[in-house]
Design a protein around this ligand. Sequence first.
Ligand SMILES: [Zn+2]
Length: 94
Amino acid sequence: MLQSLLCSEKRKEAKSRLKCIICDRETIDDGYCRFHEGARRVIIRKYDDWTRAIGISWKEYLSEIAKNPLTGEWAKEVALHLLEEENKKNVENG
Ligand SMILES: [Zn+2]
């Protein structure tokens, strides 16, 4: 599931040297700048631990990150962005 997430983003942002989806910095990969891409990788890696520990869904997990006061600003912005994408997907799927 996480792999398909990564792939679909790659296809969407095939061109390089774009602006970050979240801020205006230059992207390094997948439409994110190095700060947001770094935060996103941490989020995806940690999701593995969370599902194993408490069996949380991807969306629930993102919401937890977004409202957790201990979450850094970069990670929070990425989590909110990914949540928006999930909501858009749900609308498209009906
Ligand atoms: Zn950024």
